[in-house]
Design a protein around this ligand. Structure first.
Ligand code: NDP
Ligand code: OXD
Length: 315
């Protein structure tokens, strides 16, 4: 036992921990795989060198002095931001998989089509036995904020469906097949020409509260804003203010600054908001464990890991 590698899984609940533990044990039959908080043996945790994690318990990292590889369970790593100082001396990877990008693309397309085809109105009308056809909405100009692994797939798929796509990212992106922008000025001037604005940005010090009252003020009153990135990139109070004043037509929110969203939060009952509980694209456990395993093997063989985080940028 003493020489076996120790790997830790610390996910959102016991079922996910158990499934990840099983998948990891199958990949590394010789290793000692434990889950947290079930494992209370500090001596075992003290030997751990690798961790698969989502929203870590604040105590966890301090229990693992030998830890040198952290695999995030999600594409976003903002849940690790409080531990950045400790993590800066380790390898940290995010989750990347084609299924994550594809599921997100389906979610965004579904929300845009539902809006254009008045799906919510027909659901309401059905409950009231009302036969009233609506003309589909015409606007098809979409701004995708964040052209990373996921944003590029969403933008490509929307383009393929005939939408007029523009992309915005930190660094310029040539050769995309649609116009791309970078910089705050370009973002602000583009907003007046969009029917849909889709936020797929990571949460970093630079993107926190980026979508504030000033930025939303540049959107047209007919615009629909969709947030699938992170809740804290948006000032939700300002967003509700824009909707109430008729300065924004609608918003679709999958992510929130505090999750789960409090039962008494005004967003739940707002008539111009569509809410989903952070399900736009859900991590598949087998796939994230496969990425963990690939990275662990790379480390064993002295190779650089895949999908490493740039600690200076925060994503
Ligand atoms: P990537 O790291 O691949 O891409 C991030 C994109 O955001 C890049 O295009 C990057 O620009 C851009 N970006 C970062 N900072 C800024 C900034 N300050 N200004 C402008 N653009 C910026 O991430 P993914 O595409 O894999 O994932 C994006 C996010 O989606 C995740 O971080 C997560 O928060 C969220 N997500 C949500 C899910 C859900 O279910 N709701 C599921 C999965 C992910 P550049 O290209 O120049 O580096
Ligand atoms: C992710 C998420 O970051 O599920 O992957 O939000």
């Amino acid at each position: 036992m003493s020489d076996r590698a120790v790997f830790v899984v610390a996910l959102a609940d016991a079922a996910r921990n158990a499934a990840a533990k099983r998948a990891m044990q199958a990949q590394f039959p010789e290793a000692h795989i434990v889950s947290f908080p079930d494992c209370t043996d500090d001596k075992v945790l003290a030997k751990a060198t690798a961790l698969l994690v989502w929203n870590p318990d604040p105590k966890l990292l301090a229990l693992m002095p030998k830890l040198d590889f952290v695999q995030s369970y999600g594409a976003g790593v903002d849940h690790l931001l409080p531990y950045w100082d400790q993590l800066s001396r380790m390898s940290v990877a995010r989750f990347v998989d084609p299924s994550l990008s594809e599921n997100m693309s389906h979610y965004v397309i579904n929300q845009i089509l539902n809006d254009q085809l008045h799906a919510t109105s027909y659901a309401d009308q059905q409950r009231q036995s009302v036969w009233r056809p609506h003309v589909p909405r015409e606007g098809n100009r979409v701004l995708v904020m964040g052209l990373g692994t996921i944003g590029q797939k969403v933008a490509d798929d929307l383009l393929g469906l005939g939408y007029q796509v523009t992309g915005w990212s930190r660094t310029p992106k040539p050769h995309t097949g649609y116009p791309t922008l970078s910089g705050l000025d370009a973002l602000q001037s583009s907003l007046a020409h969009m029917d849909y604005v889709v936020n797929i940005l990571p949460l970093t010090p630079d993107t926190r509260q980026l979508v504030n009252a000033h930025l939303m003020g540049k959107m047209t009153p007919d615009c629909c804003f969709i947030n699938v990135g992170r809740g804290a990139t948006v000032d939700t109070t300002a967003l509700i203010g824009q909707l109430d004043q008729g300065l924004l037509r609608k918003a679709v929110l999958d992510v929130f600054e505090r999750e789960p969203l409090a039962a008494d939060h005004p967003a739940w009952l707002h008539p111009k908001l569509v809410l989903t509980p952070h399900i736009a694209s859900i991590t598949n456990i087998e796939q994230v464990v496969a990425v963990f395993a690939e990275n662990q093997r790379r480390r064993d063989n002295g190779k650089p890991i895949l999908y490493g985080i740039d600690m200076a940028l925060g994503y």
